[in-house]
Design a protein around this ligand. Structure first.
Ligand code: FES
Ligand code: FE2
Length: 339
């Protein structure tokens, strides 16, 4: 009887993921500062920073590079032109035209060749000079260029290190990019401190508990409730891993949307060692669900993406302030040491 009762309850919980979880007021919310040990965050950050990128950095969303126009980005202090070959694959080269230095942004692209806007110089894979001098990769959601330094002991690779994502035909992807005055490590450190979740983003998260037994320096496992207003929330279990030193991935492992991922990529805008440093945070949310309603959501993907981007932007307004403050404090400490 007990078993029947329990399985019935589990079935209901599976069907209806929303829980009655009234939001705690700040006066009653327990501080997490004892758990958010600076040494533990630094240790997890150090482990993440040891993972090589093999020179690959995210340069934006796949949708930002159209079929017949070039776009320009700044990556690690260098201007990069991105465009598409005739077969749709991604090509990348320096952002200044070799003739008189025009910005290779918003130029016509014909059969995979960029036509410079100033005097029409053709620049592409087969032109003279050849102009696809940077390795580039489109993973279907994000575009990457191999422009960063290749770490000691690592080799340049043909592809970036890619995290596991849900199948494109069963998911909805949305991407936001925001810049801040900080270094990539500050964006990583923010994500490696999950304990700030319910405090810094009370409108989005509550009931956050890091599972210390399941976590290690390479993997943070936690239970958290996504807030749907003040009264209801959707509890999930999630884990954070770092495929490379500039990427942190959150994967939902239990609860609503199992397999959904949030990839956060930190791309330096400024050259290595330049200060003040600027970094672009690019976040790709790839959501999936086995619920019937998700098929309907997929049909309204454009509208759903607007909501996904709005909530990610709200979260990152807080998180980039955290990252920038971390950078500012480190610079201040360094100044004190130098002084
Ligand atoms: S500057 Fe590009 S063709 Fe002249
Ligand atoms: Fe956050």
């Amino acid at each position: 009887m007990l078993r029947v009762d329990r399985s019935w309850r589990e079935d209901v919980r599976r069907r209806i993921p929303v829980r009655y979880l009234p939001q705690t007021t700040p006066a009653h919310l327990r501080g997490t500062w004892r758990q958010a040990k600076p040494a533990r965050i630094e240790q997890a950050l150090a482990a993440a920073l040891r993972r090589p990128t093999h020179g690959w950095l995210v340069a934006g969303a796949s949708t930002e590079v159209p079929a017949t126009r070039s776009v320009m980005r700044t990556v690690a202090g260098r201007e990069v032109a991105l465009w598409r070959d005739a077969d749709g694959s991604l090509l990348a080269g320096p952002g200044a035209c070799p003739h008189l230095g025009a910005r290779l942004h918003d130029c016509d692209v014909v059969d995979g060749t960029v036509l410079c806007r100033w005097h029409g110089m053709p620049l592409g894979r087969d032109t003279d000079p050849p102009w696809n001098t940077y390795a580039a990769h489109d993973d279907g959601v994000l575009v990457w260029v191999r422009l960063g330094p290749v770490e000691e002991g690592a080799d340049p690779t043909d592809r970036p290190v890619l995290a596991m994502r849900p199948r494109p035909e069963g998911s909805i992807a949305s991407v936001i990019s925001l810049a801040a005055t900080c270094e990539p490590r500050d964006i990583m450190a923010n994500r490696l401190d999950p304990w700030h979740g319910a405090w810094l983003h009370p409108y989005a998260f509550s009931d956050l508990r890091v599972d210390d037994d399941a976590s290690s320096d390479d993997r943070l496992v936690l239970d958290v409730a996504y807030r749907l207003g003040r009264t209801f929330a959707v509890p999930v279990r999630a884990e954070f891993t770092c495929p490379d030193s500039h990427t942190i991935v959150m994967t939902i492992t239990d609860g609503e949307g199992v397999g959904s991922v949030v990839e956060t990529h930190a791309t330096p805008l400024t050259a290595p060692g330049a200060h003040p440093a600027r970094t672009v945070m690019t976040e790709a949310v790839v959501a999936t669900s086995d619920r019937g309603g998700f098929a309907v959501a997929r049909r309204m993907a454009r509208l759903v993406r607007v909501g996904m981007r709005a909530s990610a932007t709200q979260l990152w307004a807080d998180d980039l302030e955290y990252a920038a403050r971390r950078y500012e404090m480190r610079r201040r400490d360094a100044g004190t040491l130098e002084g």
